[in-house]
Write a protein that binds this ligand. Structure first.
Ligand code: PEP
Ligand code: MN
Length: 374
């Protein structure tokens, strides 16, 4: 993919790029007042949903084209840029007609290659920044596929928005961040700017600052933050929008990390620590291999005695004791539980593999094809 640097389209070249504004454009006054207050906090790219992709019908679905005229007037009045979500070719056409500066594709659209292709086709020959939100499900290939469709249509001012992934599990997030997915995207496409949307990850305004800081800690290129002059009264996503004042406070507290440092003392100490990590990982892999060998022996022993691969009592005991050990070493319980679940699945696989192998070898050895159990 041919990706232009974010500096080529981030007008103010502010780092990180901050986009802020309401979830939805509701009235001309609400939009103007919010944009003005956001600008007063030093933000010059305003977001506003004009067409709202709502999960359920009969909720507010955006005011549509009328809001584009408001945006066009406010842009002139306040000298700001606007970012708007598009979900089909008609949206693209109208947004371009009204001079929108940045387009984004929503999470519910990224999941559909047909929709993304339609948008990409409508953008052929148009030089405008396009930001692609991750699909609602944690599917990196689908996210990359959407970016590729735009890239193939000639969109070079490309960026990604990380807005978290929906899950059936109850978590403290509205959409779980799964940071490893956008980080993997960055690993595969180092030039692709990634902007975090802490509002849709959080689902509640109290968590927006904390998530924004994580995004800075992992070196994302910007933030898109839902901001409303009166969040409680918002027509959509009222729980997660912040006031322009809280936006200002959040920005002033944000610790911006450097992507690297040339400082020799920093580099030397980092190298030392990385060498130690390499050793620790090497040992960990060796211990895992030893554990698997023991698992194989257990598998063979159980097979010989015709005992099943899985015993509930033993497993409960393993879990209980490992969690206890972990706690005494200040390791998080959830982390250890997930790790041992993985180990357990792999161990059962290994044991059944060993058992099946011995079974078929045993079968080969018997005369007349009869199975001899022990
Ligand atoms: C939005 O940005 O208001 C929105 C609808 O977000 P998402 O596509 O991430 O759900
Ligand atoms: Mn929203």
């Amino acid at each position: 993919m041919n990706i232009e640097s974010i500096d080529s389209w981030n007008a103010g070249s502010s780092h990180p790029l901050i986009i802020a504004g309401p979830c939805s454009a509701e009235t001309e006054e609400q939009l103007y007042e919010t944009a003005k207050a956001v600008k007063a906090q030093g933000v010059s790219v305003i977001r506003a949903g004009v067409w709202k992709p709502r999960t359920r019908p009969n909720t507010f679905e955006g005011v549509g084209q009328e809001a584009l005229q408001w945006i066009s007037d406010i842009k002139k009045e306040l000298n700001v840029q606007f970012a708007v979500e598009v979900a089909n070719a008609m949206h693209v056409e109208e947004a371009l007609h009204f001079g929108i500066d940045i387009l984004w594709i929503g999470a519910r659209s990224t999941v559909s290659p047909f929709i993304v292709q339609e948008i990409a086709d409508a953008l052929k020959g148009v030089d405008i920044p396009v930001l692609v939100k991750n699909p609602i499900n944690p599917d990196l290939a689908l996210w990359i596929g959407a970016l590729e469709r735009l890239s193939q249509a000639g969109v070079n001012k490309l960026g990604a928005i990380h807005r978290g992934f929906s899950t059936h599990q109850k978590t403290r997030y509205r959409n779980v961040p799964m940071w490893q997915i956008p980080i993997e995207l960055k690993r595969q496409y180092p030039d692709l700017p990634i902007i975090c949307d802490p509002s849709h990850i959080a689902g509640k305004r109290e968590m927006v600052a904390e998530i924004s800081q994580v995004a800075m800690d992992v070196n994302f290129d910007g933030l898109i933050i839902e901001t409303h002059r009166d969040p409680e009264q918002a027509w959509s996503d009222a729980r997660q929008q912040v006031t322009p004042d809280s936006l200002g406070e959040l920005m002033s507290k944000l610790q911006i990390r450097k992507s690297s440092s040339e400082d020799i003392e920093f580099i030397t100490h980092l190298e030392e620590l990385r060498t130690q990590i390499d050793h620790a990982d090497r040992e960990m892999v060796e211990v895992l291999a030893q554990r698997m060998q023991l698992v194989e022996q257990i598998g063979a022993w159980k097979k010989k005695n015709n005992v099943a691969a899985f015993q509930l009592d033993r497993w409960n005991e393993v879990f209980r004791s490992r969690k206890e050990w972990a706690e005494s070493l200040q390791l998080r319980e959830k982390f250890i539980t997930e790790l041992f679940n993985l180990l357990h699945v792999e161990s059962i696989k290994k044991q059944t593999e060993v058992m099946d192998k011995l079974e078929s070898e045993g079968e080969n050895k018997t005369e007349f094809g009869l199975r001899v159990e022990k």
